[in-house]
Design a protein around this ligand. Sequence first.
Ligand SMILES: Nc1nc2c(ncn2[C@@H]2O[C@H](COP(=O)(O)OP(=O)(O)OP(=O)(O)O)[C@@H](O)[C@H]2O)c(=O)[nH]1
Length: 620
Amino acid sequence: MWTLTGRSCWHRRVLLSCATGPARPQLPRFRPAASHGDAAGSWASDRLCSSAGHKEKPDTSRFAVEDIRNFSIIAHVDHGKSTLADRLLELTGTIDKTKNNKQVLDKLQVERERGITVKAQTASLFYNFEGKEYLLNLIDTPGHVDFSYEVSRSLSACQGVLLVVDANEGIQAQTVANFFLAFEAQLSVIPVINKIDLKNADPERVEKQIEKVFDIPSNDCIKISAKLGTNVEHVLQAVIERIPPPKVHRKNPLRALVFDSTFDQYRGVIANVALFDGVVSKGDKIVSAHTQKTYEVNEVGVLNPNEQPTLKLYAGQVGYLIAGMKDVTEAQIGDTLYLHNHPVEPLPGFKSAKPMVFAGMYPIDQSEYNNLKSAIEKLTLNDSSVTVHRDSSLALGAGWRLGFLGLLHMEVFNQRLEQEYNTSVVLTTPTVPYKAVLSSAKLIKEYREKEITIINPAQFPDKSKVAEYLEPLVLGTIITPDEYTGKIMVLCQARRAVQKHLIFIDQNRVMLKYLFPLNEIVVDFYDSLKSLSSGYASFDYEDAGYQTAELVKMDILLNGNIVEELVTIVHKDKAYSVGKTICERLKDSLPRQLFEIAIQAAIGNKIIARETMVVTSPEK
Ligand SMILES: Nc1nc2c(ncn2[C@@H]2O[C@H](COP(=O)(O)OP(=O)(O)OP(=O)(O)O)[C@@H](O)[C@H]2O)c(=O)[nH]1
């Protein structure tokens, strides 16, 4: 028998060693880290081109609404958004042309290390076209499905998009998802076929795909090499000619949408704003429609891509605003800011992000609780798609249960906490949000709702209280060369998926749509898909509601004691295989002990799997 202290100590070590979460989701290739000192936010500043004259306060008053274009770059992962952004920054003189300009807008350390964009980034470009100067506000967006909330928010500040498609890979799953985000937002779409310099590039085939899938005439496509700069000037021309200027009224009272925000230790909240009406200047008194609090504006400016103070910001422009918001809860993404004494109808804002996975997060040491709390608050200001609930665990103490848009999102958030806030955390195994429909009026009264969402498996309500359990569904899109279709169908069936759609997007590429239980794809589906299609299939998914499911709670016991943090919810049909796998993995990963440990998986009182960790003799 363990003493309580002894047990919880040992128990805690067990959790630390096994609470590493599941296998990594789709991790893109690793680019070398940026040089030392490339802290978030500082990287691009020294690359601002002084010869372009924008180091002084840019005067944005000279841009009439007709001279402004607001656009995003959207694409599947790795199709070249950030590289195209680099070339656009160079062509407009925003940064010097040097060989070192690689993904300049990917400023975060995590982005440069992983070679992916996780945070949308804005840059205001000043461009002279046919004797007239334009203000082009560009927002570079992430491609990975876990960061699609960044894309949809960015689109709210835009009238058009550059839809970048790789000339070799063609349309992929995130190309389709991102196109429909832009289409639903009624934005002008300019298709850009990138990487035409590649040996296997087939831009004509990709043009046909774009025509077939998106109904965009093939001669609307611009064929470029962002890497070499080929035809990139045509992209700027198309932005000016094909994207309409914003529809705004400068004479109306101020209406500004907060579409993103960051926290600066010294200056407080920096809100990225798109002005739909009016003008805002330093010294103005503004009100948050969300909190009704009044603030004085300390600074306004454009992002070039670093903050460049200006005298004013005018309707139609995209920029930033600092107004002494010190508390992170004051700056809500989606909020409308207006002038004191000039209330306006708030802008629609954004649908809140729907977390797809939840995991417990705890400080390694409880004395770090307050530091971690403040770090999480600041980081969630910059990443509003993370949801936070207070939680506690016997072994790990006080902590939180955080909701993320996917496992890569969870990893990136964790990495940013470490890199930007110098914290270390324990993350528990992620779970998807199940629901339970309560069975009686008495229970509904007790819980104050008919349906409860279970974000912590330890709180899975007993069957006696429940009319039915529900599991979350997603509609998955898979694009693959035809030769892998059969194997992919088998994989999908094994994941309890139901086929909804199959079309050929060209002679040998298929687009499949399947309804999946979210739980079946969240951990290792993408890895399996990639390995059985030799890396060629791509995958994206969107929320598709809930379905009734036969769910059971599976306890994991170590020497007969339930480990609350390892409780899992599983579909009844998969309980045996999941229980067996967990026991085997625990046996391999737990630290060896001087006593035998029985590792068991149980449903109620019934043991369904068991492994035994044998005694290791102490080293002589
Ligand atoms: N050959 C060639 N490679 C390119 C071109 N454009 C981009 N690349 C390469 O493609 C890879 C991905 O480019 P990125 O610009 O990071 O792609 P992205 O779409 O921003 O990636 P995410 O932000 O992770 O979605 C990098 O290795 C680039 O150097 C091109 O025109 N030709």
